[in-house]
Ligand binder design. Structure first.
Ligand SMILES: Nc1nc2c(ncn2[C@@H]2O[C@H](COP(=O)(O)OP(=O)(O)OP(=O)(O)O)[C@@H](O)[C@H]2O)c(=O)[nH]1
Length: 309
């Protein structure tokens, strides 16, 4: 039989709970000055959670303490507004969940699961522990947002050049370590200046958004799309050889060509030129992107609206 339990923890009331929890579980006369187990865990947890600002890491440390002290088998964190979701351990039958807010500000939803039903005392301890997560969680969310916005192109909601440089270095390392192929596409809109000149910059922006969204729909969830600047985009295809990269490139080219995009009821046609490369052994990130860029320019010279390998 499964059991569920739901709650909302507000930052300020949780702070209250935290102090109550500590007082409640502390013995009247602290024997030899030793704290009770809950208070000891709480103290360690509070210190531990301050050691990182990484959202994933903070939640992982929190889960490990709960797994150890309350035999929690699984934990899921979701923050729909920030499109962040992560899971730890194994999901089990008995669940309890908390919507965490601070003065009306939503900090996410936490769900815990266990093979054995939670007792009242365990739920109380769990809520006390959640109290110690609130400040670190709030700080980690703020940090996560700052890092994400520094890596995001706000117009097209794709990664920016900085994000691309980091991702490319990471993927090159992974491809070397796992001996998997890594391919790259450079995608550039043809005669984009004419769209701007004819319809205005604001419509040009809409065209860029439409192009990014259309390209995104041609990709697997593991592929990533970045805007390097202007109307130039790049796609990172991990574990993909040149034959597969060519198929993806052609799919993007055709999808953009067939895209229904209108300004004031007037259809605008757009095409793209693409370069596609697979990384050679020993090739650096810089050489890879330069080679792909050159191929994209060759596609332009050869008449545009085509893929050059
Ligand atoms: N609307 C809009 N236009 C931009 C943005 N960034 C760059 N551009 C414009 O993109 C155009 C790029 O023009 P060009 O580099 O000549 O390239 P093109 O017209 O696409 O021609 P080819 O690449 O040779 O096919 C310029 O007019 C830029 O002003 C942006 O964020 N929004």
């Amino acid at each position: 039989m499964s059991s569920t339990h739901g709650n909302t923890i507000d930052f300020d009331s949780a702070k209250l709970k935290l102090s109550q929890g500590t007082t409640r579980s502390a013995p009247a006369k602290p024997a030899a000055g030793r704290p009770t187990p809950v208070a000891a865990v709480l103290q360690r947890l509070s210190h531990l959670l301050q050691t990182s600002l990484e959202l994933e890491r903070v939640l992982e440390m929190f889960f490990q303490e709960l797994a150890h002290n309350l035999a929690v088998d699984g934990m899921e964190y979701r923050n729909d507004g920030r499109r962040f979701q992560t899971k730890f351990g194994q999901s089990a039958t008995h669940r309890c969940s908390y919507r965490i807010t601070h003065g009306g500000e939503y900090l996410g939803d936490l769900q815990f699961s266990r093979q054995k039903r939670f007792s009242e005392a365990q739920l109380e301890a769990l809520e006390t522990f959640i109290g110690s997560l609130l400040y670190p969680l709030r700080n980690a969310i703020l940090y996560h947002e700052a890092v994400s916005s520094a890596l995001n192109d706000s117009l097209t909601n794709t990664g920016n050049r900085l994000a691309f440089n980091q991702a490319l270095d990471r993927e090159v390392q992974l491809s070397i370590r796992h001996r998997t192929p890594l391919s790259l596409l450079v995608v550039d809109i043809d005669h984009f200046k004419q769209i701007n000149d004819r319809f205005g910059h604001a419509y040009g922006d809409e065209a860029l958004k439409a192009m990014a969204s259309c390209t995104h729909h041609c990709l697997r969830s593991v592929d990533s799309l970045f805007r390097l600047g202007g109307e130039e985009f790049v796609v990172l295809l991990n574990n993909t050889d040149l034959t597969a990269a060519q198929i993806v490139a052609e799919r993007i080219r055709r999808a953009i060509e067939e895209m229904q995009f209108e300004v004031d009821g007037q259809p605008i046609s757009m095409t793209v030129s693409l370069g596609a490369v697979m990384r050679h052994p020993e090739e650096t990130s810089r050489d890879l992107i330069d080679r792909c860029d050159k191929l994209m320019y060759q596609a332009k010279q050869a008449g545009r609206n085509q893929v050059m390998l």
